[in-house]
Design a protein around this ligand. Structure first.
Ligand code: URA
Length: 439
């Protein structure tokens, strides 16, 4: 069968800063999925897009073509509204774990089809696999059963390979060709999966700062606005929160450590920034799904969210009562003097957790459930001389040196009465939610 277009012409069009037509986009995505367009040709096209961008029409068509490359989930048989959350990825971002059961308490079903971590950001599935017995892969029928009114109402599981297969192939290629952090490619990648997943409401948590893909507020705003427009045009009630990722979220980065912190939140405690963001995202999801006046804080305090969590974990063979694994080897970094923690860099903590064994360098690598970084203080907190700042956890102590190296220069201790001390306290006070973006 002769092909409608030539990949070389399409690459040249983008290289020369011209617009791709709808027909060119449809063909190149389909031909790449079929293996007719080679990886090296798609790499060149991705780099041309990275350098020269795409306009809104091109991004919308690119997203749509990736959705059409695979199957779409259908939640119309579920007798409740559905709402989903997607985070662009950050260090210590365990919010999905307490958030999904919390939203389900109020009669909104939460399908969280999630991924694994690559590089310094942790993956939700890797975290949940720290729970003895828990299984990430379940069938579409099991997903529907868990989301219906007879089930827990929330499910966190692996996204099936049938959803947006073009994105799966392209994302793996972008990862090894330095073409990930580009607004048109990130927006179309995330939104093709989310729209194919079939949720009726979607809240995006777009991270900004050193530990995020988007390092500046302006880049993150552009990404959020692009994704909100894509979702809205596809009939999904979509909103975004821009949230701070200059310092890690909560007091833990690493799989079992983050599950434990999520359990603390579900038990009505936990670090303030994690609770605040969980509550802010839950309110947005419920509002987007048409539910107002829900007292989400009460559902964390009175155990209703924990009840849903227990049902959700048990339904995937996890034992909610089993103790979580703990690292055999720990190393604590202490404060050399009294003062206030001025800063703690998210990227450095993510890299340290990764080097301790919490993350993977290649997608087939195993991860350690026990590895990670526990933070004893956050920016703005006062410490005395010799007080613990960070404890590193691992099953393989030969990893300590490289993790400690990653943390060199990653935190600052300032005089409590100084301007820097006050500015760290002010920043902590302002909280993690920086901006809200709607259609
Ligand atoms: N997450 C995705 O799913 N795709 C991207 O391109 C970046 C983050």
């Amino acid at each position: 069968m002769s092909e409608q277009f030539d990949a070389v012409d399409i690459i040249a069009t983008k290289r020369d800063r011209e617009e791709l037509t709808d027909a060119q986009i449809d063909w190149v995505i389909d031909a790449y999925t079929r293996g007719v367009v080679a990886d090296e040709q798609m790499s060149a096209l991705a780099m041309a897009i990275y350098l020269n961008g795409m306009n809104r029409r091109e991004i919308a068509r690119w997203t749509d073509a990736m959705i059409r490359s695979g199957e779409r989930m259908d939640f119309s048989s579920i007798d409740r509204p559905t709402a989903d959350k997607h985070s662009t990825g950050g260090v210590g971002d365990k919010i999905t774990l307490p958030l999904a059961p919390l939203v389900a308490v109020f009669g909104v079903s939460v399908p969280q089809l999630s991924g694994r971590g690559l590089g310094h950001t942790g993956g939700t599935l890797d975290k949940l696999e720290a729970i003895p017995g828990w299984q990430a892969n379940i069938s579409n029928q099991q997903i529907l059963d868990m989301l219906g009114s007879e089930g827990p109402g929330a499910v966190i599981c692996a996204a099936g390979s049938g959803l947006a297969p073009a994105d799966k192939k392209l994302y793996a290629l972008r990862d090894i060709t330095s073409t990930v952090s580009c607004v048109p490619l990130i927006a179309s990648s995330i939104m093709s999966k989310k729209i194919a997943e079939g949720t009726s409401a979607l809240v995006l948590d777009v991270k900004v700062g050193s530990g995020a893909f988007m390092k500046t507020f302006d880049q993150a705003t552009e990404l959020a606005q692009t994704m909100v427009a894509l979702g809205t045009d596809a009939g999904v009630e979509t909103r975004a929160l821009l949230t701070d990722m200059s310092t890690p979220l909560g007091l833990t980065a690493g799989n079992a450590l983050e599950v434990q912190e999520s359990l603390d939140v579900l038990a009505g405690g936990g670090p303030k920034d994690v609770v605040d963001l969980t509550v802010a995202l839950a309110r947005e999801m419920l509002d987007a799904a048409g539910k107002t006046d829900c007292d989400v804080e009460a559902a964390l305090k009175d155990g209703r969210a924990m009840d849903v969590w227990r049902r959700m974990i048990s339904a995937q063979n996890g034992d909610p009562d089993a103790p979580l694994p703990v690292a055999e080897h720990q190393h604590t970094i202490t404060a050399p003097r009294a003062g206030t923690l001025g800063s703690l860099d998210a990227l450095a903590v993510g890299v340290a957790a990764w080097r301790l064994g919490a993350g993977r360098a290649r997608k087939e690598d195993p991860v350690q459930a026990v590895a990670g970084v526990q933070m004893h203080v956050k920016p703005g907190d006062e410490v005395s001389a010799g007080a613990p700042l960070l404890t590193l956890h691992t099953a393989t102590p030969e990893r300590f040196d490289r993790a400690i190296e990653a943390l060199e220069g990653a935190w600052s201790l300032v005089d409590t009465d100084s301007e820097e001390g006050q500015s760290a306290r002010d920043k902590a006070q302002r909280g993690v939610v920086l901006e809200r973006i709607t259609a």
